[in-house]
Design a protein around this ligand. Structure first.
Ligand code: HEC
Length: 138
């Protein structure tokens, strides 16, 4: 009987913490925005626009600035993903860090007007999306 109770408790605890982790991945603890909304409204639009625009070299200062703006906003999302108790584990934290570092590199290359460098750095940004999604996007 004791073994059964113990087993029951273990199963309940494991199931309970999985549910909590799932909840945390989908939404932080106190803020209103869901992860899905952050992805659809902030992360994806900036990433897609940056990827598209990087295909050709910016024509003038205004175009360089527009690219830099997207890289800067994408960089901020790497911090948002760690806020409000959203981060469930090391994979998530590592991917968010890779997103911050990759986008900061893109921004630095854009500020130096290094188009090829920015394109290369952008590869690490998209890699970070895949790292987190593989583990956490169901
Ligand atoms: C640290 C983790 C993490 C990183 C980094 C990350 N994502 Fe996500 N993303 C998620 C999770 C979790 C979901 C699933 C959210 C849900 O459905 O509740 C998701 C879902 C999405 C979706 C689907 C949104 C929808 O409306 O269903 C898109 C698009 C997306 N991510 C784009 C990106 C792009 C582009 C990047 C890289 C620039 C990125 N994500 C980086 C965790 C991450």
């Amino acid at each position: 009987m004791k073994t059964l109770t113990c087993l029951f408790l273990t199963v309940t605890l494991v199931a309970g913490s999985t549910v909590l982790l799932q909840a945390q991945i989908k939404k932080g603890k106190t803020r209103a925005a869901s992860t899905k909304q952050l992805m659809g409204g902030l992360v994806k639009p900036q990433c897609a626009a940056l990827g598209d625009a990087l295909k050709t070299a910016p024509a003038d200062d205004k175009a360089w600035d527009e690219l830099a703006l997207k890289a800067a906003l994408l960089n901020e999302t790497g911090y948002l993903l760690m806020d409000d108790g959203r981060c469930p584990d090391g994979v998530w934290a590592g991917a968010a860090k890779a997103l911050r570092e990759g986008s900061a590199d893109v921004l630095a290359k854009l500020e130096a007007k290094d188009h090829a460098g920015a394109q290369a750095a952008f590869q690490n940004v998209t890699k970070s999306c895949g790292e987190c999604h593989k583990a956490h996007k169901k």
